[in-house]
Design a binder for this molecule. Sequence first.
Ligand code: SF4
Length: 188
Amino acid sequence: MSILLHACCGPCAMYPVDMLLNEGRKLDLFWYNPNIHPEFEWNRRLENLHKCADHYGVKLIEGQDECMQEYWEEKTYLAEFGSRCEMCYDIRLDEVARYAAQNGYESFCTTLLVSPYQQHELIVKTAKSKAEQYGVNFEYYDFRPGFRQGQNMARDIGLYRQKYCGCIFSLEESDFKEKILKSFEDQA
Ligand code: SF4
């Protein structure tokens, strides 16, 4: 039986995958990140997650094929959720739990739990709620102690390491916005 490990990007997947494999666990990676904007960035993060999966020889399942710019622009989260991040976690973990339940996985987890910059407790709360809703186990791991190690591992194998969380708001707020926008132009 294996664990479905939702992955937000290659660098954040490095330490959790390494750790779980060292524990002798079987896992599949699962890409479902419609929050990421713009499409160029969405493709770039997926491409680098493939490099991580290839590095470890694990399967990567692509659970969706588009970013959701219009959804963000309509700001529907204001009506339904307390914050944009609450909506973002809900949308992603809903699909992870649903897929895990419907495809016979023992449990699910997410690499979002490696980042000290994410709202860890909110992610856990959302994942537990989705696990209950779909009747599948959420396996909690606090991967955060391995965050720096994972980033170094990503650098060592040449992965792209992004400088904003993923949505259009985080891009606008990034201290590196101009540099990021230039990277889009340079590679267009
Ligand atoms: S800041 Fe990150 S977690 Fe929050 S909404 Fe944007 S992409 Fe999602």
